[in-house]
Design a protein around this ligand. Structure first.
Ligand code: FAD
Length: 487
């Protein structure tokens, strides 16, 4: 049956949902508060420098390709990407520097040479990561955890028996230490908790599944930069007949007799058979469904971390830097402890992303576009101006020490993103990057479902609901919604 579907928000999950629904033959309209698609995954220009505003690491490109398959088009005609040979360059203050090569054998050699890690340890780590993915990937990422039918599938029942081997009840840090107790290797592996805004000293060991995505499957960069992911899905949705309305903030989800019947935009009621919200689930309930009963226990889950990002146009090129670069803090545990108190350490781990390394037009000749990010607590009305000024100074001093430069003199363009602006630009509650954190063992079960159990015909996709934040999981949330609406 052809349905009329209204989607709130054109973030990656909203776009993927639009492609999927339109490819099923439904009539789809997307309402977006911003003037552009992509939400956090967008781009902007600062003089001659182009920047991707949010995500910088692209994994699981097959989830984007699937959308083209579903739509009956060839992905390579519209979207191309490149596998990175060096996933990330890592720097420590004691002068240690290593490159995480995509090829596990070469990386293992590098870990041996630079950190003295015996050969074979990294391969063992990746094997365990893959084992966890093979057991848990489908259950935790690709299916609704909130549908009885999921738990009744023989494959899932079999996987359930192996759950005790998934390190759900041990912290990620303890699991990482189990393989080899080199503090730098453990720090490098602990960093994967930040991929969903969590604390490695609290998050369950199951998150050690993340390196599987980055090394066994790969880290990629889209040709032309990250925003091409948004553009590819947006134009695909348009070709499938999806109608987009930009600069249109949805004000209310209309509910009658327990059914979502439509939405209200600029005072006008619009009827739909189904409503899909790509807006942060907390904000959806609080702003668009003020009269409804809210699932408070789910909504009050601790938020994930946020970030402070400096976009700097730099009038110099650095051969020692690659697309992804990390300068680690001296005390990683302290960094997370301080963050849980709502503060940023004076010695933060600094991430520098430079797309110019692969996209020559992103900065003038001899220059680079630096996206410099530190993890930050979610917004609790801290004195952000003071915190940001202090952090900027700390970052510059740290980069100066590592690269032996005077960074301040090289910055010719500058812009900033912080928890306040992340919240105001995308309605992400408290500016969290990934919805709720995964800082407890039950986190996967505590995320909001991809549908409302109280309001029929209302569905949720995006980083704040199951299966979680990050582009790949957002794309999977759209898949789960699709399978629920079109069983
Ligand atoms: P969002 O991007 O949150 O978009 C929601 C959309 O809904 C917005 O466009 C908003 O305007 C719209 N909206 C909200 N309310 C309304 C309303 N009432 N009416 C109409 N429209 C509305 N992920 C990775 O995979 N790799 C990374 O390297 C990575 N790094 C990141 C770095 C940063 C700085 C940030 C901010 C995020 C990063 N992420 C990364 C996370 C990733 O960006 C997100 O998980 C993902 O983009 C979220 O997509 P979404 O579909 O949930 O929607």
């Amino acid at each position: 049956m052809k349905l009329k579907i209204g989607i709130i928000g054109a973030g990656v999950a909203g776009l993927a949902s639009a492609v999927r629904m339109a490819s099923r033959g439904h009539e789809v309209e997307v309402w977006e508060a911003n003037a552009y698609p992509g939400g956090k995954l967008s781009e902007f220009q600062l003089g001659e420098y182009r920047f991707d505003a949010g995500p910088s690491l692209f994994t699981m490109p097959s989830y984007v390709e699937t959308l083209f398959d579903i739509a009956g088009e060839k992905c390579e005609d519209h979207f191309a990407y490149h596998r990175l040979e060096v996933v990330c360059n890592y720097f420590w203050e004691d002068g240690t520097q290593l490159s995480a090569y995509a090829d596990p054998e070469i990386f293992s050699e590098e870990l041996h040479k630079k950190l003295g890690v015996p050969k074979g340890v990294f391969e063992k780590i990746l094997k365990d990561s893959q084992r966890k993915y093979d057991i848990a990937g489908e259950i935790f990422l690709e299916k609704s955890l909130h549908k009885f039918s999921t738990w009744m599938q023989p494959k899932i029942l079999k996987a359930m028996l192996l759950i005790p081997t998934l390190d759900l009840f041990t912290s990620m840090h303890m699991v990482n230490k189990r393989f080899y107790k080199n503090p730098k290797l453990v720090q490098l592996l602990n960093r994967y908790a930040t991929y969903n805004g969590s604390n490695p000293y609290k998050a369950p060991g199951l998150l050690t599944v993340i390196p599987h995505f980055e090394y066994n499957i790969g880290a990629f960069i889209p040709k032309g930069g990250m925003n091409k992911i948004t553009q590819a899905m947006f134009t695909l949705a348009q070709r499938k007949g999806v109608q987009f309305h930009f600069d249109k903030q949805v004000e209310e989800i209309l509910v009658k007799n327990g059914h979502a019947e439509g939405i209200k935009v600029e005072g006008q009621s619009l009827e739909y058979d189904k409503v899909i919200s790509n807006m942060d689930v907390y904000s959806t309930y609080k702003k668009l469904l003020p009269q409804a009963k809210h699932p408070e226990r789910t909504l009050q889950q601790e938020r994930s971390t946020s970030a402070v990002i400096f976009y700097w146009g730099i009038k110099k090129e650095f051969s020692e830097l690659d697309v992804h670069n990390i300068i680690f803090s001296k005390d990683y545990k302290h960094e997370f402890e301080i963050m849980s108190d709502g503060n940023i350490t004076d010695d933060p781990t600094v991430y520098i992303n430079i797309t110019k390394k692969y996209v020559p037009t992103d900065a003038p000749t001899g220059c680079e576009n630096w996206f410099v990010m530190v993890n930050a607590p979610f917004n609790r009305d801290q004195d952000w101006d003071q915190l940001i000024a202090r952090t900027r100074k700390n970052i510059i001093e740290k980069v100066n020490r590592i690269l032996k430069i005077n960074l301040e003199n090289l910055i010719v363009q500058e812009s900033l993103l912080d928890p306040r602006t992340i919240e105001s630009r995308t309605s992400s509650h408290l500016g969290a990057l990934y919805g709720s954190s995964s800082n407890n063992k039950m986190a996967a079960f505590m995320r909001h479902a991809n549908f409302s159990s109280r309001i029929k015909d209302l569905y949720f996709c995006g980083g704040s609901v199951h299966p979680g934040g990050g582009i790949p999981l957002c794309l999977l949330s759209a898949k789960i919604v699709d399978e629920i609406i079109n069983p």
